[in-house]
Each structure stands twice: as C-alpha cells, then as structure tokens.
Write a protein that binds this ligand. Structure first.
Ligand code: FES
Length: 216
C-alpha cells in the first residue's frame, strides 16, 4: 500500500477550511510534492463517490509510526490520526498542563461518549480528531513535542492554530484564554479489527453524529 504520511507540522501560514479543500485537490494531483505539508493517505481513501456520500471509511492504522500523524479526508474534513507515544500520553495527565485547559474533562459535547475520557479516544495511544479549529475553522498545526520552533512557551506540544493563536493539547483539548472556545471534535469511529479504524461509524448500539457537537 502506498501512502504518504507526515510527522511534521501543518501548513505554513493560516490555512482555512476552504483552503483545505483546495489542498486536498492539489495533494491528489501532486502526491509527494514538498509543497504539500499536510500529507494524505491517498490509497486509503475510498472512491470519490463514496467520499461525496459521506460513507464511513476504513483506515489502516498499523503503519502509523510512533509520534506520527496522518491526515485523511472524510466528508470534506481533515481527520487527524496520531499514534501517541507513552511520552506524549504522559503529557495528557500532567497536572500543570491539565490546569491550563478550558475543558480538560470534555464536558462540552465535542465528542462521542466513548471518547469522553482523559485521552479523548477509544484507545489511549491513537488520537482521532477533526482537524478544524473551533474558533473560525482554520487548520491547526501539529507539534508532536516541544521543539525550538514551538510557537508557545512552556508548551508540551499539541496543536497550534496560526490564524489567531489558539492552542490545544495532544488530545485536542483547548487551552484557556485563547480564541477557540472548545476542544477539537472527535468523529464517530470504532475499531473493525486491531489494525483498522472505521471513521464515520459508531460502535454497535451507540448513536453519535458530528451534527450534535457544540462547535465545529
Ligand atoms: S481560527 Fe483558529 S484561532 Fe482563529
């Protein structure tokens, strides 16, 4: 299976949701181009008519390297999947960092019930998030860990929205005192098997739709 993946940050500058649609088009036209900072799993995407219908899509998550993020498109939205390392997961429970979050317990309806936990996911190691800033819809950049280029001091990594400076942790939980009001949404998903995540469909017996979230 050929694929393109990304360990790095999101698009340079403040790409908007609308920009993402153009970015996707460009990505399919020029896979491998260094200009495409948000790499996409091209061969994992279903046919265009399936995408247009918003059908659930299966994603092989077994090849996501530790610390790596991949981005797929579902219903026109960037879906971020990160294989979080133990070190990354530890930041989610760091008391100092948690105290800086606006909604650390995910009380606002931004995720299905099965992601209302400290890691905001089904399995702690795999994050599955909608990569759209809850302020005005820009695309937050991925910072897997602190590094010299981090845009915020004393920040353990996560997502940073360059449009107006909102920041989120590695579970998509928004910080206090930033423009974005809510955590990044979590889409409906479940594990078909240990290697495969189906985005767009809940586990059996559970009803949740992104139409229910407080902010997208
Ligand atoms: S759109 Fe992200 S901070 Fe404004």
């Amino acid at each position: 299976m050929s694929s393109t993946t990304s360990n790095g940050h999101g698009p340079a500058g403040g790409a908007s949701r609308r920009d993402f649609l153009g970015l996707v088009t460009g990505a399919f036209a020029a896979v491998g181009s260094a200009a495409i900072a948000w790499s996409l799993i091209d061969s994992m995407n279903p046919a265009a008519d399936v995408i247009a219908a918003g059908a659930p899509m299966d994603i092989d998550v077994s090849k996501i390297e530790p610390g790596q993020q991949i981005v797929v498109r579902w219903r026109g939205m960037p879906i971020l999947l990160v294989n979080r390392t133990a070190e990354m997961m530890a930041t989610l429970n760091n008391k100092t960092d948690v105290a800086r979050l606006a909604d650390p317990d995910s009380n606002v309806n931004q995720q299905p019930g099965y992601a209302r936990n400290w890691h905001r996911s089904v399995k702690p190691e795999l994050a599955v998030l909608v990569g759209i800033c809850t302020h005005l819809g820009c695309l937050p950049e991925y910072f897997p860990k602190p590094d010299p280029s981090q845009p915020v001091e004393n920040w353990p990594g996560g997502y940073f929205c360059p449009c107006h400076g909102s920041k989120y942790d590695l579970a998509g939980r928004v910080y206090k005192n930033v423009p974005a009001p809510d955590n990044l949404p979590v889409p409906p998903y479940f594990y078909v098997d240990p290697k495969t995540v189906r985005v767009g469909q809940n586990p059996a017996g559970i009803s949740f739709s992104l139409g229910e979230v407080a902010q997208l």
